[in-house]
Design a protein around this ligand. Sequence first.
Ligand code: UDX
Length: 441
Amino acid sequence: MRITVIGTGYVGLVTGTCFAESGNDVICVDIDAEKVARLREGISPIYEPGLSELLVRNIKEGRLQFTTDLTEGMTDSALVFIAVGTPQGDDGAANLNALWAVTDQIRETATEPKIVVVKSTVPVGTNAKVLARLNKESKHVHRAASNPEFLKEGYAIEDFMKPDRVVVGVREPEVAKVLEELHRPFLRTNHPFLSMTPESSEMTKYVANCMLATKISFINEMANLCEALQADINDVRMGIGHDRRIGFQFLHPGVGYGGSCFPKDVRAMIALAEQKGLPAQMLRGVDQINEDQKHVLFHKLTEIFGKEMSGRTIAIWGLAFKPRTDDIREAPSLVLIDHLLKAGAKVRVHDPEARENVKEIYGSRLTYCDRAYGTLEGADALAIVTEWNEFRNPNFDVMKALLERPVIVDGRNLYELDQMRELGFTYHSIGRATVNPEGVS
Ligand code: UDX
């Protein structure tokens, strides 16, 4: 099949590359000429495991092309995927400007009827508006479908190639058939192709992300309660997770969710509810708990050092909003850094992938360290924000020797309390007892 993908952001690039890998002839369109030039050379604008290899191979084999010219990009392809960004607007709702611009361009430049598939996350009811806009005084009768994306950053290729399910929102059975055929290489037993109305499909995406965000805020609230009540969230997690109705997944307490999806989608759902006069009380709570949770590491540090931190040096391990990505959008690390700088602390940071992105924001106000251990030199405490694997089993003796004081504030519960006690660290984590809590002078 010949396919056009408009937008080479995270979703568009992975979609285009994976469709090319399964044998389709794909052309990706983006207005950013510099990005397109680099993509033509096989250089990915994002860090995503496995993506670069697929990109290079499919370009070389002639199945994957890039252009800034939408007219050229749409020639001969019956299927046009829209994967442009829908960022959060000032009112919390999704900003659809890019989507409307692309829809208008498709209508104006199409030389034959198209099936336009919206992959961007859009408010429920948007697909119907896309359809109306595509066909308004159009020479051709276009069709529109919805096909939300459930990719996790860091696992995007795997998620695309082996999806738990593929969801499409269609009006015509023939359109469902075309999309099923396209996805057939990725479907497996018990990993179905689910066809529904565009409204249900659009809603599915939001409900999935709101559910996952709710699980995280729920466990974070319970973790904070555990701390106050002298219970241990790890034990509690075991105690509840063996109940198969509850399970273990997405119930890791931490420093709050970040990234490009959960915060934006929860707020977009709240905005949609508001438009319909519904209160969305639970989602408001989910959002608020998450905002509060991003401050938790700083509060723990103030318990140790007090609010005034000039003369203190704090080391941070992990800047990306989660491991296996260089993405720092809505990352809890940024909230901690802001607090520390305001309190007058010196901040030394390390992340395997996200240092450059953080440097773009803070410039010379932070010290950027290539190596995890080097970050600790002369620091009064280490704060762990992102659970990269390399932080899971460090040499604690080396850490103790490098740190000015043996203090760890762990936002991801990476270490055992007993071990930290034996090693003589002051160790704060999430929803667990504090080890050797005495303040530091
Ligand atoms: C998410 C959805 O998983 C994906 O289906 C959707 O398409 C886009 O949004 P992503 O943003 O890549 O994907 O990240 P994800 O791995 O889901 O993690 C989101 C955040 O939740 C991270 O900040 C992570 O640290 C946090 N998290 C996750 C927790 O704090 N606890 C958990 O138990 C799980």
